[in-house]
Design a protein around this ligand. Sequence first.
Ligand SMILES: *Cc1c(COP(=O)(O)O)cnc(C)c1O
Length: 466
Amino acid sequence: MDKQKLLAGLPKVDQVLARPELESMAGRAPRSLRLKAVRLVLEGLREELLAGGEIAAGKLSLEGVAAAAAAKAQELARPSLRRVVNATGVVVHTNLGRSLLAEAALRRLLELNQTYTNLEYNLAVGARGSRYSHVAGLLAEITGAEAALVVNNNAAAVFISLMTLAAGQEVIVSRGQLVEIGGSFRIPDVMARSGAILREVGTTNKTHVRDYESAITSNTAMLLKVHTSNFAVVGFHHEVPLREMRAIADRFHLPLMEDLGSGVLLDLTQFGLPKEPTVPEALADGADLVTFSGDKLLGGPQAGIILGRADLVERIRANPLNRALRIDKLTLAALEATLELYREPRLAMEAIPTLRMLATPLAELTRRAQGLARRLRALGLPRLAVDLADGVSRVGGGALPLAAPATKLVAVRVEGFSPTRLEEALRGGDPPIICRLEDGRLLLDVRTLVADDAAVIARVLAGLAA
Ligand SMILES: *Cc1c(COP(=O)(O)O)cnc(C)c1O
């Protein structure tokens, strides 16, 4: 048939919109989106016809256009921020949202955001109160800190601490600790923006007590230790331990701050993970201030936690910029509920997904991988091949870079797909499945699967391999 005739024969916008495929979507996609979808589909067909493309008659029919438009409308109505399946085995995956919240934190978040709360209201005196009071006592109880302040994230915590305590003065940092964290957070840049002057000491691999001592002048505001959380230095290497930095700080009457980054509250060596300094240890070893994230190994919501000496914390709290960096009430509710779990370390391990995932024994992971493999084989698809493989997971979140907890992987092949194409196809699934490509194999790590992720993987793979 000739092009003009086909173009003229295309259904009209109103005809398509009135079809049940689109009418029935009214609850999920508003009329404006359905209209846009119909127009996009019709435009696409017109362009293809004008370019001389061959299109099956079914696609040009009223039913065909309506089906395509309904699918398009569904796509347009889908939220941008949505669920993905994390099959990478990277537990604190910054790009995939870092830590998942514990049930208790989710419940608190819901409860306290459907009613008014005493967010900034002191119930005892019936007057304005402080939003920080809700977690300060709890943080002191868990970590031994004298005082606490919580802000938007750890970057904000480091920034406002430096700005408050050291603007216009020098902060001494070892050259081995001038780190970059993902997402362009670099200690020298943050320091420059805070107004503090960076005074680098030592060398990349070795810094000694005398390096700190000889750099101290009347314009020194503080000593800063940055936990090099996302890389490892091996070989000829020395950093001054926090305890020895404490001794220097005492001799020169200077405050000592440590940016811990991840901020572990429990000793993780009990799960076979490498030693990571805990927050209580940093405080006990003499840090006047410690900063860390709420959503890395702590396993809570995004937050920056500042702990330490009451006089220093009070100065930071009183900084007018604190208002711009302050924690919001949703986060605060989830943070308090998460911290409560730490009163009982065993409960924290079981209830906080980040810790639970890290602590999952290999036997349990093997059982889960076997279960997933069985489920996939049970689909009975000749094009789908499934094998088990040994491998390691990662902690992520710029923490414990050398930790490689053993895991069990499910290796998947689909006939007609290269591993790269399969990775792409799974990433394009609904919901998207993010997995690992290693040595030319597509791998699913069961350590980070949650909820009905296994069922989702089976459904998406069934669609691809059918
Ligand atoms: C992650 C990290 C930060 C930044 O923390 P956010 O909560 O992501 O803002 C700062 N310092 C160190 C050492 C870190 O590991």
